[in-house]
Design a protein around this ligand. Structure first.
Ligand code: AMP
Ligand code: TRP
Length: 323
């Protein structure tokens, strides 16, 4: 069976951008592939100066993942640093990765701009560590949001280069996008992200979700209730499309004729988000009362992942002449 690998950084609770852009796919793929899902704590260190909340965030992320439907009976769910072989592979792959490839990666340039006081060495190597995650398990399919495509491109280049230099070892991994590969945040401008504060967390209560949705920016040209709207440029409408089982054409038509206002539309969106996430939220709440169960699931995942990781690392070391 083909293998799937994906990772998420434990930077707090995940949001509906993560859900629509990636996690939805993670759940679906469990029935077709051998899936390995990872909470990438080492990657999180590249942007954290204060790491005191890391354990808490890992726990919250595990709750989110198990809540949305990652099933430990079907998939491997683990924490990156619990299988430390990835750090060895990272060092070895760094020897076959030209520095120029890394300095050109757009996310590196973006992060260097966002944290000029902390442009650390790990940040440059971020895509090499991500490649190591994937190829350590010889994964072929990587479900991610659109923002990760440059990283995947690099992962393929590194795998290809290793294969040319040391013989065929790694499959070249391919990204798998969802129907909504880039979710825009409540500001209606930038990608939804925790750091930008424009997100809706999966774990919010229904009331909190409604309050967050009410802050969303809609069609900027629609200033008064009587102004006609343009759903095609309205992020609230796009989100409504994501969360509705059928395309909400009727709403679009009413908006264009000013028969429905932005507040009504937001109320509808909040209802749709709440209805969609209700089962996940219930599962999450139930699990949150049993932290030991979450620890056990992650420990079991790490044990199963380590078996594959050790085998690949051994092969890589042999091919590179280390043993
Ligand atoms: P991160 O929280 O950045 O580690 O992202 C975890 C996963 O969610 C990755 O596959 C991202 O590509 C995806 N993701 C994050 N933010 C968004 C967004 N605003 N829209 C779509 N996908 C996203
Ligand atoms: N870089 C990814 C993100 O920020 C997280 C990640 C780390 C990942 N390792 C991975 C995703 C391996 C897919 C495969 O979202």
């Amino acid at each position: 069976m083909k293998r799937v690998f994906s990772g998420v950084r434990p930077t707090g609770r995940s949001h509906i951008g993560n859900y629509l852009g990636a996690l939805q796919n993670w759940v679906k793929l469990q029935n077709e592939y051998q899936c390995i899902y990872c909470i990438v704590d080492i990657h999180a260190l590249t942007t954290l100066e204060d790491t005191s909340g890391l354990q808490r965030n890992i726990h919250e992320m595990a709750l989110d993942l198990l809540g949305v439907g990652i099933d430990p009976a079907k998939s491997i769910l683990f924490v990156q640093s619990h299988v430390p072989e990835v750090m060895q592979l990272h060092t070895l792959l760094s020897m076959v990765t030209p520095l120029g490839w890394l300095l050109r990666v757009p996310t590196f340039k973006e992060k260097a701009r966002l944290q000029p006081q902390n442009v650390n060495y790990g940040l440059v190597g971020y895509p090499v560590l991500m490649t190591s995650d994937i190829v350590l398990y010889k994964a072929e399919v990587v479900p991610v949001g659109e923002d990760q495509l440059p990283h995947l491109e690099l992962a393929r280049e590194i795998a290809r280069r290793f294969n040319i230099l040391f013989g065929d070892t790694f499959p070249e991994p391919a990204a798998k996008l969802t129907e909504f590969p880039l979710v825009v945040g409540l500001d209606g401008k930038e990608k939804m992200s925790k750091q930008l504060g424009n997100d809706i967390e999966i774990a919010l209560s229904e009331e909190e979700t409604t309050a967050r949705v009410m802050t969303a920016v809609t069609d900027p040209a629609r200033r008064y209730r009587t102004d006609t709207g343009h759903p095609e440029i309205c992020n609230v409408y796009h989100l409504l499309e994501y969360f509705s089982p059928v395309k909400p054409d009727e709403i679009a038509a009413q908006c264009r004729l000013a028969q429905i206002g932005c507040v009504d539309c937001k109320k509808l969106l909040a209802q749709r988000i709440n209805a969609t996430l209700r089962p996940a939220r219930e599962r999450r709440a139930a699990l949150s009362t049993d932290p030991q169960r979450v620890k056990d699931i992650l420990a079991d995942g790490a044990r199963r992942a380590a078996v594959i990781a050790r085998e690949t690392l051994q092969e890589v070391k042999q091919k590179m002449g280390l043993i």
